[in-house]
Ligand binder design. Structure first.
Ligand code: OMP
Length: 216
């Protein structure tokens, strides 16, 4: 896919109502670089929602895939067949599991992003001590990029140093307390924003405000 950084904004569309999701995607699609779908929307509406949203924007399937290589392969096949441009997987399942995702993504010309340190407080329990190893694993497995936290810009900066030219998508902006401009300054290529946009009184205005902050 190679999402092009224009607004540097990725919308996390974690609503569960199909009409609401499509209305938001139609309005905001042109204003963001990609729409990220996660289990809430896909479990509610089915995998076909990916193809419907794709009319308006590139789609990242945030399934945080974390299984044995064969199961990962099957999940990625279904996801890319449904039209996703990229998929997010976990690195903690190990190199072979990530490589299975990368192998399928190449067949479809898609991208894989590997989660390193997550944005929530619980990431300190197990993920943070291994975050830099997960960055190395993502690179050597051939992933396009990684996910790293906007909620901890100092950690994001460390992860950026280790990540080289890999793309970094950074969630945790807004509702989780992270700041969009600080995340970009710390080395993120894109920020991921969900509730602060789709729960705003005027989601379009909120998206434009975020992209203006990012441009500055
Ligand atoms: P908001 O907190 O509503 O902006 O949504 C953040 C989105 O990013 C959700 O879809 C989360 O599942 C996702 N996310 C995180 O919040 N933290 C992470 O560490 C990783 C992700 C992700 O992989 O996208």
């Amino acid at each position: 896919m190679a999402i092009t950084p224009k607004s540097r904004l990725i919308l996390a569309l974690d609503v569960t109502d199909r009409k609401e999701a499509l209305d938001i995607a139609a309005k905001l699609g042109p204003a963001v670089d990609a729409v990220k779908v996660n289990y809430p929307l896909v479990l509610s509406c089915g995998l076909g929602i990916i193809g419907e949203i794709k009319k308006y924007a590139s789609v990242i399937a945030d399934f945080k895939v974390a299984d044995i290589p064969n199961t990962n392969r099957l999940i990625c096949e279904e996801t890319f067949k449904a039209g996703a441009d990229a998929i997010i997987c976990q690195g903690f399942a190990g190199r072979d599991s990530v490589e299975a995702c990368v192998e399928v993504s190449k067949k479809y010309g898609g991208d894989v992003f590997v989660v390193t340190e997550m944005s929530h407080p619980g990431a300190l329990d197990f993920l943070q001590p291994h975050a830099l190893e997960l960055v190395d694993l993502a690179r050597s497995a051939g992933a396009t990029g990684i996910i790293a936290p906007a909620t901890r810009p100092e950690r994001l900066a460390l992860i950026r140093q280790r990540a080289g030219t890999m793309k970094i998508l950074s969630p945790g902006v807004g509702a989780q307390g992270g700041d969009a401009a600080s995340a970009i300054k710390a080395g993120a290529d894109f920020v991921i924003v969900g509730r602060s946009i789709y729960n705003a009184k005027d989601p379009y205005r909120a998206a434009i405000d975020f992209s203006e902050q990012l441009r500055r």
